[in-house]
Design a protein around this ligand. Structure first.
Ligand SMILES: Cc1cc2nc3c(=O)[nH]c(=O)nc-3n(C[C@H](O)[C@H](O)[C@H](O)COP(=O)(O)OP(=O)(O)OC[C@H]3O[C@@H](n4cnc5c(N)ncnc54)[C@H](O)[C@@H]3O)c2cc1C
Length: 347
């Protein structure tokens, strides 16, 4: 039986683990909880529309069916409920935007995703929320109990490469690096251009009950029950750490106040890093020089939608030799960044 080692148990690592297992490959995961996991704090929304330009999200017609199948299998395996469909409305800020929205709503390929704007809001269909925190914690508990997951930091200096790959005395056919925003520390793949972005959310408790739909006013206002609402999320390239900031709180609260006139108190908050890349396409593929070392990363702000489809794409590529689509293949950056990094190391 073939064996694989996976580094990271976020959406990327979990999805690769499931794809490998379903192809009969014995996979072990090393993931260190204390490092911080983007997936554990992700709001988990999937949204078929890019609001800024009222466009369909990249590859949405391919991604959505795989998303539902993948999370539904996990729900069955673990006996949990994680995929919630939502009522979702985009606030229409002005008449120009309303014109653009309504023009798209008339197009046949948009009709299963948006309706004509009404009373200052545009209705978005087929959106939902994956409870990522529940998914990661349930998976990690199950995997630890069954001996597939080691909660420890991966030591890159213990990895031995060659005909056979070994890590701390154990041999593997392949290693998948799924470290999310921590990939910048990976000596084998840190030549890839990452553009890590910080995200924050807060939870507020309001004095009165608000709309039961999720409202997007750049920030999403998500009803959680008992007059609690999650305001999610910000995007910043400053202070790239896992600490909450007063700037983000201000930004989230001001987006809320544009929609609702109502008193509230902040009851919870979180901050984390997204594994964002400049061209907004995930990173998939084998290391240009070291056979058997793969990366699955760059899920950015869309891990929920991208992980199910592209984990399958990567494993099909590795096992069956199916070509990767060029937009996600790390080869797109090899010429510019790998060669240069390699040249410099020989200077
Ligand atoms: C505030 C916020 C809100 C978000 N909301 C959404 C949303 O609504 N919808 C959406 O689709 N996406 C959202 N995202 C983005 C989403 O979280 C990411 O796309 C996704 O979680 C990335 O998954 P990943 O597995 O690549 O990385 P991670 O989830 O970060 O997983 C990487 C794992 O690798 C482990 N690791 C790293 N290095 C090592 C090492 N050396 N040794 C051992 N373990 C290691 C880490 O501990 C971690 O567990 C949000 C992100 C943030 C920050």
């Amino acid at each position: 039986m073939k064996t694989a080692l996976i580094v990271g148990s976020g959406l990327a690592g979990i999805s690769v683990f499931c794809r490998l297992r379903s192809r009969g490959i014995k996979a072990t995961i090393i993931s260190y909880r204390s490092l911080g996991s983007s997936s554990s704090i992700a709001t988990g929304m999937y949204n078929p529309i890019v609001f800024r330009r009222v466009a369909k999200s990249w590859m949405i017609d391919d991604l959505l069916p795989v998303l539902h199948e993948f999370y539904s299998e996990l729900e069955t395996t673990f006996g949990i409920y994680i995929n919630q469909s939502i009522k979702f409305k985009r606030r229409i800020p002005n008449s120009d935007y309303e014109g653009m929205w309504n023009k798209h709503a008339l197009k046949s390929d948009f009709q299963s995703f948006i309706d004509q704007a009404e009373n200052g809001f545009g209705n978005v269909k087929r959106a939902g929320i994956i409870d990522c925190h529940k998914l990661v914690s349930t998976f990690e508990k199950h995997a630890s109990e069954n001996g597939f997951l080691l909660n420890e930091s991966f030591g890159y200096n213990h990895l031995e490469l060659g005909e056979i790959i070994s890590y701390k005395g154990k041999t593997y056919d392949t290693v998948f690096f799924c470290e999310g925003p921590h990939a910048v520390e990976n000596p084998y793949f840190n030549w890839l251009p990452f553009n890590v972005c910080k995200g924050e959310w807060i939870i507020i408790k309001t004095e009165k009950e608000l709309d039961s739909a999720v409202i997007n006013n750049v920030v999403n206002i998500i009803p959680l029950g008992e007059r609690r609402y999650k305001l999610s999320s910000t995007c910043s390239w400053k202070e790239l750490d896992w600490n909450s900031t007063s700037e983000a709180e201000k930004e989230l609260c001001s987006a809320f106040k544009e929609v609702y006139d109502c008193n509230y108190e902040i009851v919870d908050r979180a901050a984390g890093l997204r594994p964002t890349v400049a061209d907004r396409r995930p990173y998939l593929g084998e290391h240009p020089e070291h056979r058997g070392l793969y990366i699955f990363n760059g899920l950015g702000s869309k891990g929920v939608m991208l992980a199910p489809y592209f984990s399958q794409h990567l494993v099909d590529h590795m096992l069956d030799g199916k070509p990767l689509i060029p937009e996600v293949d790390i080869q797109r950056h090899a010429k510019r960044y790998w060669n240069r990094a390699n040249d410099q190391s020989h200077d």
